[in-house]
Design a protein around this ligand. Structure first.
Ligand code: F6R
Length: 266
């Protein structure tokens, strides 16, 4: 498939925004961006390190990455991946875990080594959470840092599970991987994956922090559909605040590309 072209290309306070006619074209463009980052990193330092996200948004991106692997020679052999987040209290073996999601959508279909795909462990006992989160940070560092972090945006403006809150900007920008309580909007939206029953959605999650995310050498953030438009517009144009965590991306705007569909932006 030839690379789809964006219908619009905007420079905003939140970074460059490529607006595609629809989610399918946007997903292909995002997959190609990831593939070319992998190629460039491999050329530069012999390996690539990619941060991944889950949810409804990136499923088409993973589908196209699998296609690029099958028919276009894209290899994950020397790639490490680090997922953004994982539900706390959920075992990697459970179908609601993000580990399971990644297995279904990407890991099982490409030549990524199992020991190079990292997802936070939702079964870590509470006393060991800080050590586990610090270890995760250390693994990313040992791999040379993230070449690209893929993000979605929550309806409430969250990135990873860095939820909206009134927190001093400097403190927000210093957040590393940690355990959080999910925001009511996140629980409401998560119900979709739990048969529509919000009471079954875990209340806590482990997530990379804002600082972990913003340290990536490039950030690719996706926003699809009208439900994401209010948070996307605020993240792009309002002054950075932890009330809209995605707005903190403005602080590294030169390293950011937004790939959105026409419904997600005015
Ligand atoms: C998922 C993640 C979340 C989602 C966001 C959007 O790993 O970190 O921030 O990207 O909640 O979710 P969807 O794509 O389901 O609308």
């Amino acid at each position: 498939m030839t690379a789809p072209l964006p219908a619009r290309n905007l420079e905003t306070p939140g970074g460059r925004v490529l607006v595609f006619a629809n989610k399918a074209d946007a997903s292909v463009a995002a997959a190609r961006q990831i593939a070319s980052t992998i190629d460039a990193a491999r050329t530069l330092r012999g390996k690539a390190c990619i941060g991944l996200s889950t949810g409804a948004t990136p499923t088409g991106v993973y589908r196209h990455l699998v296609e690029l692997h099958r028919s276009d020679g894209l290899s994950f052999r020397d790639v490490s991946t680090f997922n953004l987040d994982e539900y706390y209290g959920v075992s990697p073996a459970e179908e609601h875990s993000y580990r399971y999601y990644m297995h279904q959508h990407l890991f099982a279909h490409v030549d990524l080594s199992p020991n190079r795909s990292h997802v936070l462990d939702g079964t870590t006992p509470e006393f060991a959470v800080d050590a586990h989160c610090a270890e995760y940070e250390r693994w990313i560092e040992l791999d040379g840092g993230l070449d690209l972090q893929l993000l979605g945006i929550g309806r409430n403006g969250h990135i990873g599970f860095n939820e909206p809150q009134s927190l001093d900007l400097a403190k927000a920008l210093a957040l590393r991987t940690h355990l959080i309580y999910l925001h009511p909007t996140t629980i409401e939206d998560g119900a979709r994956d739990f048969g529509g029953d919000a009471s079954l959605v875990p209340r806590q999650a482990l997530t990379m922090g804002v600082a972990t995310i913003l340290a990536a050498r490039s950030i690719l953030i996706l926003a699809f559909g009208a439900a994401k438009r209010p948070a996307t517009m605020r993240a792009l144009f309002e002054a950075p605040t932890m009330e809209i965590p995605a707005s903190l991306i403005q602080t590294v705007r030169d390293r950011v590309v937004w790939i959105v569909d026409a419904e997600a932006i005015d």
